[in-house]
Write a new protein. Structure first.
Length: 247
């Protein structure tokens, strides 16, 4: 899939998730909208998504949107997803992210699962549940594996499931890839094998794989499979927003 088509499909996804009619500006730059129901961020937070040279920002109120709009007008799209830059101009209290956003087309896919012994398991399989339990609540939640709608693609060492991947069905035919590897088995390219199987399954179903990563290790796996990094996502909770004059 050509780079421009990847950009277009990624922007269509995040524009829909914004929760209000909006589009990325074709000429680049940031567009700030009021969207209290935005899926770009938790409720009452400000969500920021950059895809290519354009960004969408959803704010929970008109006052917040005006404050954010004044700030981001002075930034490049890449700076908008830079938490240090945001803290310098906005009263940022809490942060989620940033995470890179990468996408995969059939023509760019570099499969890595053939001959690795990856098996397909139902979501409720006991071995998969054990992997999630051993990972702990924070890592299991970060992986997103509990929310997958696809089968789970797993690797075992003996009777133990040590790596698993799958994907969640998102709007616009997007398959959001989720991966988890047992702590004691990391660094052995297991994530690459199970994620490759999940991505192949998504592509065969006519879906558009998405990879969201905070860590460099996760980003490396995506690159190895042919995903192209197109942008970033960041959510911020702002401190007290000044009232408009006269209110």
């Amino acid at each position: 899939m050509a780079h421009d088509l990847l950009l277009m499909r990624a922007r269509e996804l995040w524009a829909e998730l914004a929760g209000t009619p909006v589009e990325f500006c074709p000429s680049g730059g940031a567009k700030v909208v009021v969207a209290p129901g935005s899926s770009l961020c938790p409720p009452s937070w400000t969500g920021i998504v950059r895809i290519g040279d354009a960004a969408l920002v959803t704010a929970p109120s008109m006052q917040a949107s005006r404050m954010v709009d004044d700030a981001v007008r002075k930034m490049t799209p890449k700076e908008i997803a830079d938490i240090a830059r945001l803290r310098a101009v906005l009263p940022v209290r809490d942060v989620l992210g940033p995470a890179s956003l990468s996408y995969l087309g059939r023509d760019g896919f570099l499969p890595a699962h053939e001959g690795t012994g990856v098996e397909q398991l139902p979501i409720g399989d006991g071995g998969l549940a054990a992997l999630l339990t051993l990972a702990g609540e924070e890592e299991a939640s970060e992986s997103g594996l509990e929310g997958i709608s696809s089968p789970a693609f797993c690797l075992r060492r003996g009777d133990e499931v040590v790596a698993a991947a799958g994907y969640q069905s998102w709007p616009k035919s997007v398959a959001h890839v989720s991966v988890l590897v047992a702590t004691h088995c990391r660094g052995r390219r297991l994530a690459r094998a199970v994620a490759s199987a999940a991505a192949a399954h998504a592509l065969d179903a006519g879906l558009f794989p998405q990879w969201r990563a905070r860590s460099y290790a996760s980003q490396r796996v995506a690159v190895a499979l042919g995903f192209q990094e197109l942008g970033a996502q960041l959510s911020v909770r702002l401190g007290e927003v000044p009232l408009e004059p006269g209110r």
